[in-house]
Design a protein around this ligand. Structure first.
Ligand code: FAD
Length: 352
């Protein structure tokens, strides 16, 4: 065990790397351990209120209403407030997508690949400034590290747990390891159950791309969903992801995503092959909505609401932000915003 840094980050997705960047800017030394890239390179677009008809308040309202008002309002407010700084950081493309469940277009990107681009940029900027260990961290090892280096700050950013299901959009190494880590160090968990698993409604069930979703915003671009008898079953209804998954389950669990009437450029924009026009899809576990209990500065909280000293968490491993349903585009925003907060706050504690 050769940990010598001020801050130890577990997780190499956007949340972990954003935390690393903020921590390094705050003057702290950082070790980051990760056993994969996580879901972050798959982020096409994320939410940031950029249009004049949008506002932080509208973003808050959409997030709360999407989560059926079961979200932690303080975390939602922190995310929406901080998200406006993303437009100062990134030169977003002009195309702004309206995610399902949102009242206005708010999903921004760069070349439909904001996750991969942002991650690549951070890793380039931090080259040689962070110690990276490519391996799996276990609870036992983390407990040992904590015992040996009690003053070191730990940031858990291990992503969600949907990889533990057989049919899922996540890689199988995303099993929620960070939840057990937080608990072992005294942190509390919330909403860690099937009611807080968000299904992606339209996931390929066949062929080499099994498990890869077909983006739902194409439903705004002329795509239709057909049941197994070839009948359209949505009509004009524009449902959020949760409702859409239920609608497909009500049709027997499968649907055909008919892209015949979607303009070629819209299909290409989604990084899809033009030959894919009729795709068999089913809902699959996609995002976990519950997780480690944190406050809006990413401190991990114990079950009595007190702060667990020196322990932070950020990204999909945390709970409370999405309530019962995640507004499309908020996964990326959470990782970006709370990653930065966690790194900044941990570095401040190192300084003090
Ligand atoms: C196919 C797909 C498309 C998506 N598209 C979008 C989108 O367009 N917009 C959007 O907002 N959201 C999207 N999401 C959701 C979004 O990707 C996630 O919410 C976000 O990436 C979570 O970031 P994170 O850094 O918290 O976790 P991740 O990016 O998943 O990273 C977790 C990290 O933890 C590491 N790790 C886990 N356990 C251990 C361990 N025991 N030891 C060491 N390392 C460990 C992993 O290797 C990984 O590096 C999508 C999700 C999927 C699956």
């Amino acid at each position: 065990m050769k940990v010598v840094s001020d801050i130890y980050i577990i997780g190499g997705g956007l949340a972990g790397w954003r935390a690393a960047e903020a921590a390094v800017s705050g003057g702290a030394s950082v070790t980051l351990v990760a056993n994969g890239v996580g879901n972050s390179p798959d982020i096409h677009a994320l939410n940031c209120p950029v249009l004049p008809e949008d506002s932080v308040q509208q973003f808050i309202d959409d997030t709360l209403s999407s989560g059926k008002y079961q979200n932690d309002p303080a975390l939602v407010e922190a995310m929406c407030q901080e998200s406006v700084h993303l437009k100062e950081e990134f030169d977003f493309d002009d195309t702004i997508i309206r995610p399902l469940g949102s009242t206005v277009p708010r999903c921004v990107s760069i070349k439909h690949a904001i996750g991969a681009i942002a991650l690549g940029d951070i890793k380039r900027r931090l080259k040689d400034k962070v110690v990276v260990e490519n391996r799996t961290m276990t609870v036992e090892e983390l407990l040992e590290i904590r015992a040996k280096f009690p003053d070191m700050k730990i940031i858990i950013a291990t992503g969600g747990w949907c990889g533990k299901y057989d049919f899922s959009t996540n890689p199988s190494y995303l099993k929620g390891d960070g939840l057990a880590m937080a608990e072992a160090l005294g942190g509390a968990l919330m909403d860690v159950d099937m009611a807080h698993v968000q299904y992606e409604p339209t996931v390929r069930v066949e062929g080499p791309r099994r498990g890869i979703p077909v983006i739902t915003t194409l439903l705004y671009e002329g795509a239709r969903l057909l049941n197994m008898e070839g009948k359209e079953f949505l009509g004009d209804a524009r449902l959020n992801k949760d409702e859409l998954s239920k609608a497909i389950f009500d049709q027997g669990g499968y649907a055909f995503y008919d892209l015949t009437d979607v303009p070629d450029e819209k299909i290409l924009e989604c990084r899809m092959d033009l030959s894919e026009r009729m795709i068999k899809v089913a809902p699959a576990p996609h995002s976990s909505l519950g997780g480690i209990v944190i406050d809006s500065r990413c401190h991990v909280l114990a079950s009595d609401g007190s702060i667990v000293p020196g322990l932070f968490a950020c990204g999909e491993v945390t709970g409370g932000i999405h309530g019962l349903n995640r507004l499309g585009g908020n996964g990326g925003t959470v990782a970006m915003v709370f990653g930065t907060i966690a790194g900044r706050e941990a570095a401040l504690e190192v300084k003090n």
